[in-house]
Design a protein around this ligand. Structure first.
Ligand code: ARG
Length: 300
């Protein structure tokens, strides 16, 4: 029997929308009714945690910190693979205070034996964690976004630290500022993606590496509903309430979709995936059998 998946979440006690670093953020709307939005955020957090647990995973919750509202998005904390973590460097000053908080949490995880090594990016090499660097178990590679928050120079650091293939994908839209809001590899090998978020070259890369019948295009509505920003555990996909079309499409492929009202977090430009970080991600736990892919070498 394999161990349960383990996800890190951050308690939303200090969550608010108080600045604008992406086009979805609405501090004015938040300020109009802080108590109501905070209450709704707590409910949404509890619903997400329950859905993750119901899908068979464990959840670890870290405390929030006043003045660092976006700590509730630990997907941006680090890239994790094989019990090693590479802690993020945030490009926006508003979030840079999170680095030391996350670093402390990861050192604690190392003390507890969950991680064997915790690394950091060189100064000035911005990279915003698993939000911009997603492990694809089916293909045995990272897909890494750059061009909005994370810089291209981060890709070599990732490759060297993990000794794993890293496929670069340039992001061209400020609305889709992290890879995880427009790109979602699923356990069956499918990739859900929102083409307009990517440069032409990135779209070609995706199409060269993923067979057409494994590519699922998200619509404008799907992307705007933060449905691509989902947590996939086995055959369960947990996401902000999805448009019906996407839900049916995923169900037709044998997934169960668990839609949650994450409106308070969408006011900050985040959905389900952003609110989590998978801590037990490993490259060879033997769960992928089908190989609906070409390797980078075969495709070129
Ligand atoms: N307000 C946050 C920001 O703009 C939202 C982060 C969402 N995280 C994510 N991985 N997409 O940084």
């Amino acid at each position: 029997m394999t161990a349960k998946p383990l996800f890190l979440l951050t308690d939303p006690a200090h969550y608010e929308v108080s600045y604008v670093i992406n086009p979805w953020m609405t501090p004015g709307e938040w300020a109009q009714n802080r108590a109501r939005h905070s209450g709704a955020a707590r409910q949404a957090f509890v619903a997400l945690k329950r859905a993750i647990e119901a899908a068979g995973a464990d959840v670890r919750v870290m405390e929030g910190v006043a003045g660092l509202p976006d700590l509730v998005f630990p997907a941006n904390a680090a890239i994790v693979l094989d019990r090693r973590a590479l802690v993020a460097r945030f490009s926006c000053v508003e979030r840079q205070g999170e680095e030391s908080v996350f670093l402390q949490e990861f050192e604690q995880l190392q003390n507890e034996g969950i991680f064997t090594e915790v690394g950091t990016f060189p100064e000035g090499v911005f990279q915003e964690g698993a939000g911009d660097c997603i492990w694809d178990k089916t293909r045995g590679q990272f897909w890494a976004g750059f061009g909005q928050r994370s810089v291209r120079a981060s890709l070599d650091v990732i490759k060297d630290f993990f000794r794993a293939p890293v496929v670069p994908l340039e992001l061209i839209s400020p609305r889709f500022y992290h890879l995880d809001v427009c790109f979602l590899p699923l356990t069956g090998g499918e990739i859900v993606y929102y083409p307009p978020a990517f440069s032409d070259a990135a779209q070609e890369t995706i199409r060269a590496l993923v067979p057409a019948d494994y590519l699922i295009e998200a619509s404008d509505a799907d992307a705007a509903a933060f449905s691509v920003n989902a947590v996939n555990i086995g055959r369960t996909i947990i996401m902000a309430r999805p448009p019906e079309r996407l839900k049916r499409l995923l169900e037709a492929r044998g997934y169960q979709v668990s839609g949650i009202d994450l409106a308070p977090f969408m006011m900050s430009g985040g959905g389900a995936y952003c609110m989590t970080l998978r801590l037990d991600r490993s490259r060879d736990d033997g769960t992928s059998s089908a190989r609906p892919c070409r390797t980078a070498a075969e495709a070129s």
